[in-house]
Design a protein around this ligand. Structure first.
Ligand code: PLP
Length: 441
């Protein structure tokens, strides 16, 4: 008999059909950057294993070219990561972090301190990348407030960045791509330098001077500088010279400004170095990690800082870092993060990333000659085809899925950052799919 309290009609039913799922999804579920109701049907994923997403119904399988937005570096349904979650689940899935602690969080913090640039000693565990950026900005502002310099409360960044979707992160996203116009008067007003000149190899003295001049001119009101090191991700998938990171470090030291690296996309080997900072041999004062931190299993992020920052905050008028998410240090997420890091460091990950880099360079070379393609670039396990027009999402997605590959273009960009376990054949397939999407999108 149907339960009269069950207004959904779903109780006790499993195995909704694809049309039913899509209908309910369209009517009730927000998707990233989506309208309500949704205008384009998403693909329904039933399960995922290795680098393959298995679609519901007769959808078949797709090779994942996105690592679920940079996160699933070891692929899906990995036995080691599954065991880590199961083992922790049998002990406890969560306890509050105020007044309590546990081994997964402590181990993870120690791991992150040991593997990150020298000098980062203290770890704040947050539940998403955007929140870790909020915490990073709060650390900078509170540091100067504690030192009796409350006027230092703006952030400087360069254009073309992306730092997340909550308020402080949005305020340092690229002002054009970041919808600053929509939020004028609501977002904190930050200081913007020009975007770094494009290209890992390109170095421009005049641009370095521009950075120094901007930091010097605004030093009295700047709490910190925040940038994505080496690769700007969702702000435009652009690469820049690591030398600018050294310029920022020197200028920040000279002018009493803190330096924050947002490594949420670049961390854990994606760019060919363990962290973007390692390309430059620079230690920031504050560093944000997320995305690949748990190997794509659970949401978790971390904000690391130096002893100088932590001591400064803790000696202030309010001698605590006033932030404490309910799910801070979640044991399941921390346990799988430890396992994912051990898996990464226990293998020759640099060789895998180089192998994917070479594969992407080979297969994406074809795209450079296509009409409508403005630029093709590859760095580490990241491949980007930039068009001279906005991508026709539906056509590009159709072209890629026809090749058996999942990619998710945005703006004028078709890009891929495959899991590190992707075989050479599958990298070639992803390359063909990106070219097909570039042709038809
Ligand atoms: C994805 C991303 C964020 C935001 O992380 P969420 O977990 O989506 O909140 C912040 N900064 C960078 C560089 C990112 O790539």
């Amino acid at each position: 008999m149907p339960d009269p309290a069950d207004r959904t009609g779903l109780t006790g039913r499993t195995g909704l059909s694809v049309p039913e799922l899509l209908d309910l999804d369209r009517r009730h579920v927000w998707h990233p950057y989506g309208p309500m109701p949704g205008r384009q049907d998403p693909l329904v994923v039933e399960s995922a294993s290795g680098v393959r997403l298995r679609l519901a119904g007769s959808g078949g399988e797709l090779v994942d070219g996105m690592s679920s937005w940079w996160s699933a570096i070891h692929g899906y349904n990995h036995p080691v990561l599954n065991d880590a979650v199961r083992g922790q689940l049998d002990r406890m899935s969560h306890v509050m972090f105020g007044g309590l602690t546990h081994e997964p969080a402590v181990r993870l913090a120690k791991r992150l301190v040991d593997m990150s640039p020298q000098g980062l000693e203290h770890v704040f565990l947050a539940d998403s990348g955007s929140v870790s950026v909020e915490v990073a900005v709060k650390m900078c502002l509170q540091y100067w407030r504690s030192l009796g310099r409350p006027a230092k409360r703006r952030m400087l960044t360069w254009r073309g960045g992306y730092h997340g979707d909550t308020w402080q992160p949005m305020s340092v996203c690229d002002p054009e791509g970041g919808m600053h116009e929509l939020w004028q008067g609501v977002l904190p007003q930050q200081v913007f330098a020009d975007a770094p000149p494009a290209g890992y190899e390109a170095y421009d003295d005049a641009y370095a001077d521009h950075l120094r001049e901007m930091i010097g001119r605004h030093a009295g009101e700047l709490a910190g500088v925040i940038v994505e090191p080496v690769v700007q991700g969702a702000g435009g998938m652009r690469f820049h010279s690591p030398a600018y990171l050294r310029v920022l470090r020197e200028a920040c030291d000279e002018h009493d400004v803190l330096l924050v690296f947002d490594e949420i996309a670049t961390g854990f080997g994606r760019t060919g170095a363990l962290f973007g900072a390692d390309h430059a041999g620079v230690t920031p004062d504050v560093m944000c990690l997320g995305k690949a931190l748990t190997g794509g299993y659970l949401t978790l992020a971390a904000t690391l800082c130096t002893s100088r920052v932590a001591d400064g905050i803790s000696r202030g008028e309010v001698p605590v870092l006033a932030h404490g998410p309910t799910f801070m240090g979640n044991p399941l997420a921390a346990a799988v993060a430890c396992a994912s890091i051990e898996l990464l460091l226990g293998q020759d990950w640099q060789i895998e990333v180089k192998r994917i880099e070479a594969g992407l360079r080979g297969t994406l070379a074809e795209a450079a000659g296509l009409p409508g393609v403005r630029d093709v670039r590859v760095l580490g396990a990241i491949g980007v085809v930039q068009l001279d027009h906005d991508v026709d999402m539906a056509a590009a997605t159709r072209a890629a899925t026809r090749e058996g590959v999942w990619v998710r273009p945005f703006r004028d960009l078709i890009y891929t950052m495959p899991p590190f376990i992707t075989s050479d054949d599958d990298v070639a397939r992803i390359g063909r799919a990106v070219c097909a999407a570039a042709k038809e999108g």
